[in-house]
Every structure is written in structure tokens, then in C-alpha cells.
Design a protein around this ligand. Structure first.
Ligand code: ADP
Length: 487
């Protein structure tokens, strides 16, 4: 091959940039609180910035709700509960269907804003987050007039006002997981998005306004932990639904102990992804990548502990390293991007700290030679081998693109290792042997177990954890129950 041919060859194997355009979206400079059907200024007049983690530039200024604002929101939700809870299920369903359709109509705008505000690749926000959010509303809209069939011979009644606090990893999707079942069951809502990713929840507020949903049925208040605590501690809230870190989950559980508030917690995880020697290895390698690098590893059910059967370990690890060399890290709005920006500087520090801990504890690190952008928060996909059960990077949730790899010989050994964690949210099993799959799904202590796939979500399928991963289920028929009482 002469030099010119080599250049042509190289050029053929690089991707041109394919950025999604931002000219079709509308982001205001300032966002107010959404209370009682209107956008309202915060009583104390404080605002905070929401930042694009790929550039660290400010996108918009967002109202900070204090205890007083939360109180106004709860009063609006309480007032609205009176008529909303009496509306027929069929009528409630119509509003929820309308919200679902409006999300679909504005899906492209929502996808871009989700990627701008949170750093996730546009391919994921476009193909996963936004469509799934719409699907959750469609799914629960369908249940609204069928509650008596969901719970035959019982009389389900709504609880009242639900306080809902969500994290930054799937901002719109988590809002949908929370709001859709609450509305279907006749409750009203005060929801707080995470402080680093408030924009799509506020855009959802626009859709809610447009849908004609009666005022006060959904209220969206923005702010950080203190705002969340004001919701948790408000005396007129009947139910708290929280998704976030195990630390804050424990704090919330303590805070509402002794009250009549109902609680569901969806907390951290340290999912085991188990590859047997009889697995389809190439598919399994794709599954490993999806399990840990999806959404930069900011996934509570991520497959962050990989267990590979010893006989295929060298092969799997080599193929995984080769695959990691091809992952594209960078601009979240580029359609080629596999791994976007780390959600915040704080989270990047946490991840970098864990990588240091992994090295100091004797783990062998591997990172591909990928180019990271200069501005913004970035972390190369990372794996560790030569780690054992007692390593902190094996035990603790990192919430980033960092995989800890161990090997095993027998089924009993891998079950014991996989269950040796304070968490119990997810697991994955890769094998061609169906009996092995059923055997493991009985023995693994995890709320969701995927077989020959990973990180697949569906509104009809319940999701939730055991042990320190929390309690209660979201999704499916199970997801209705935490919003109902039975008389
Ligand atoms: P992370 O540590 O990954 O940021 P958090 O659990 O702190 O996750 O955040 C999840 C959600 O909980 C966010 O909306 C955050 O503002 C909220 N939050 C944080 N601290 C508290 C608290 N003390 N009470 C209620 N909500 C809180």
C-alpha cells in the first residue's frame, strides 16, 4: 500500500462528526417553580445555575424552592386532590394519554435538552430515555380506569399527596416513573428533580400545562437536598417516593419514621454480570459494554461487577479491551458518541477517587487510548482486573464507567460472590443453557435479573431492589400498589 492509499484507508475508518442540531429547541434563561398550574417565582427569590457538563457553561438559571415554596406546592396539591381523586379513571386516563402524546410530539426537543443538561449521548436520550418516558405515561394511562381489575374484590383508594424526589441519571424518565402511576391512581404530586438536571422536568411542566391537567395535580419544585428535605418533612404529605443514593434514602427513612407517610426507596446497586463459558461470547462482550458504559455508568442497576468463568476469562477480557478501544467518548450531542460527559464535577471527582482507590488497593487498571475533550467532565471507560471481593471498588457503588472484573469456576461460587454485596438491585446471566438461567434467577438476590441481555427496561415490568437497594416496585401492576390503600 503506498502512502496515499494508507491515508485513504485511515480516512475511511474515522467517523465524521454528526452533531444533532440545537436550533429547534427552546430554553429560557430563567425557570420558575411550577405550582398550581402556573410558573411562579420563588418566595425568597433565590436561583441556581444548571450547567452543561460537556462544557461547564451555564444553560439556565433555575428557581430554588424553600420550605415556604414547598408548603405552597403541597397546599395546591392537597386542594387539587379533592376533585382529581373523584374524577373517573377514564377521565384521568385521558389526561395521562395526552401527556404521553405531547412527549412523543416534542421528543426531539426533549432528547436534545436531556443531553445538554445531563451529558448523556443523544443516541440514548433519543432512543431510550424519551421514548420510555412517553411509554410509561401510555402504560399507566391504560391502568387508570382498570384499577378494580388490577385488584379484584378490593377497593383501591388513592393516598393523597405524593412527594417525589428523583435523581440526575434519567431525569425525564424518572419523572415519568413517578408521576404516571401517581396520576393513574388518583393522587396528586409535588415532584423535585435533581439540582444538576432540572430542565426536562420543567419542560414536562410546560406539557402538563398544555395538556389541560387540572391545576395543582402536578407541581414541580426545583432545588437541592434542602428542598428535598422540605418535601420529606412536610406534615401534609401522604407518601414519599425517592430514587437516589442509599445514604439519602437512609436519611429519609429515619426522617419519616413514626409518621403515617408511606415510603418507596429505589437506591444504589452493584449489579453482578455473570458470563458462563457456554455463553455467546461476542454478544456477551456487547452486553458487558452496555451493562457498565450505558449512560456513563450513572445507572443504579449497572453491571459494575463482572464475573467471568475462568476458562473463557482471557478471551472475554481481550475482546472487551478490543471493543473498548472503539468506544467514542465526547460530545453528547454527536450521534456517534458512545460515552458522554460525566454529570457533574462532583461526580467526576467521586469516580476519579475510586479509580485511585482501585489502583492503590492493587487492582490492575485498563483504559483505552481514547481522546477526551479539553473542556467539561470526562472519564475514559475503565476496567480493573486482579481485584477480589474485599476491594472497595468491588463493594461500593461508583456510579461511573468503571468495571471490576473477577473470575469464577463453579455456579455455587459465582452465586456466593454475586450475593456478597450490601445491594440487591440487578444482575445479568449469560449462558446458552436455559436451566442454568432459571437456577441462577432463583438464587441471586436481585430485583431484576436479565438473561443474555442487560439494561432493558419496559413500563410493564416491575423494577426495584432488595437489601440496601431499597424497597417497593416501580413499573407494571406492582407500581400501582405503592400509591393505593385498600379499604
Ligand atoms: P447523588 O449523591 O448521586 O447526587 P442524591 O441521593 O444526593 O444522589 O440525590 C438524589 C435526589 O435526592 C436529588 O434530587 C437530591 O437533590 C435529593 N436529596 C439530596 N439530599 C436530600 C435530603 N436530605 N432529603 C431529600 N432529598 C435529598
Amino acid at each position: 500500500m503506498n502512502k496515499q492509499d494508507t491515508n485513504i484507508f485511515k480516512a475511511a475508518w474515522t467517523y465524521d462528526e454528526a452533531p444533532e442540531s440545537t436550533d429547534h429547541i427552546q430554553i429560557k434563561k430563567i425557570y420558575e417553580l411550577f405550582i398550581d398550574g402556573k410558573f411562579t417565582k420563588p418566595i425568597k427569590g433565590n436561583y441556581f445555575d444548571t450547567i452543561n457538563p460537556a462544557t461547564n457553561k451555564v444553560i439556565a438559571s433555575v428557581a430554588e424552592a424553600t420550605t415556604e415554596d414547598v408548603d405552597v406546592a403541597v397546599k395546591a396539591a392537597r386542594k387539587a386532590f379533592g376533585s382529581w381523586s373523584k374524577l373517573s379513571g377514564k377521565e384521568r386516563g385521558k389526561y395521562i394519554f395526552r401527556i404521553a402524546r405531547l412527549i412523543q410530539e416534542r421528543a426531539r426537543e426533549f432528547a436534545v435538552i436531556e443531553s445538554l443538561d445531563g451529558g448523556k449521548p443523544i443516541r440514548e436520550s433519543r432512543d431510550i430515555d424519551i421514548p420510555l418516558a412517553a411509554n410509561h405515561f401510555f402504560y399507566y394511562a391504560g391502568w387508570a380506569d382498570k384499577l378494580e381489575y388490577a385488584f379484584p374484590n378490593r377497593t383501591p383508594k388513592p393516598l393523597g399527596v405524593a412527594g417525589q424526589i428523583i435523581p440526575w441519571n434519567f431525569p425525564l424518565l424518572m419523572a415519568a416513573w413517578k408521576i404516571a402511576p401517581a396520576l393513574a391512581t388518583g393522587n396528586t404530586v409535588v415532584l423535585k428533580p435533581a439540582e444538576t438536571t432540572p430542565l426536562t422536568a420543567l419542560k414536562l411542566a410546560e406539557i402538563i400545562q398544555e395538556s389541560g391537567l387540572p391545576k395543582g395535580v402536578v407541581n414541580i419544585v426545583t432545588g437541592a437536598g434542602e428542598t428535598g428535605a422540605s418535601i420529606v418533612n412536610h406534615p401534609d404529605i401522604n407518601k414519599i417516593a425517592f430514587t437516589g443514593s442509599t445514604g439519602v434514602g437512609k436519611y429519609i427513612q429515619k426522617a419519616i419514621a413514626g409518621t403515617n407517610k408511606k415510603l418507596t426507596l429505589e437506591l444504589g446497586g452493584k449489579g453482578a454480570n455473570i458470563i458462563f463459558e457456554d455463553a455467546a461470547i461476542d454478544q456477551a462482550v456487547e452486553g458487558i459494554v452496555n451493562a457498565i458504559f450505558f449512560n456513563q455508568g450513572h445507572v443504579c442497576c449497572a453491571g459494575s461487577r463482572l464475573f467471568v468463568q475462568e476458562s473463557v476469562a482471557d478471551l472475554v477480557i481481550q475482546k472487551l479491551k478490543n471493543r473498548m478501544e472503539t468506544l467514542i467518548v465526547g460530545n453528547p450531542l454527536d450521534k456517534n458518541t458512545d460515552i458522554g460527559a460525566i454529570n457533574s464535577k462532583k461526580q467526576l471527582q467521586t469516580i476519579e477517587n475510586y479509580i485511585k482507590i482501585g489502583i492503590n488497593e492493587g487492582g490492575e487498571i485498563y483504559q483505552p487510548k481514547c481522546k477526551l475533550p479539553k473542556e467539561g467532565n470526562w472519564c475514559a471507560p475503565t476496567l480493573f482486573i486482579n481485584v477480589s471481593q474485599s476491594h472497595r471498588i468491588v463493594q461500593e457503588e461508583i456510579f461511573g464507567p468503571v468495571l471490576a472484573i473477577q473470575t469464577f469456576r463453579t455456579i455455587d461460587e459465582v452465586i456466593e460472590k454475586a450475593n456478597n454485596t450490601p445491594y440487591g438491585l440487578s444482575a445479568g446471566v449469560w449462558t446458552q443453557n436455559g436451566a442454568k438461567i432459571f437456577h441462577l434467577t432463583q438464587k441471586l438476590e436481585a430485583g431484576v435479573i436479565w438473561a443474555n441481555t442487560f439494561n432493558k427496561f419496559d413500563p410493564a415490568s416491575p423494577f426495584g431492589g432488595y437489601k440496601e437497594s431499597g424497597f417497593g416496585r416501580e413499573g407494571g401492576l406492582h407500581g400501582l400498589k405503592p400509591y393505593l390503600k385498600f379499604e
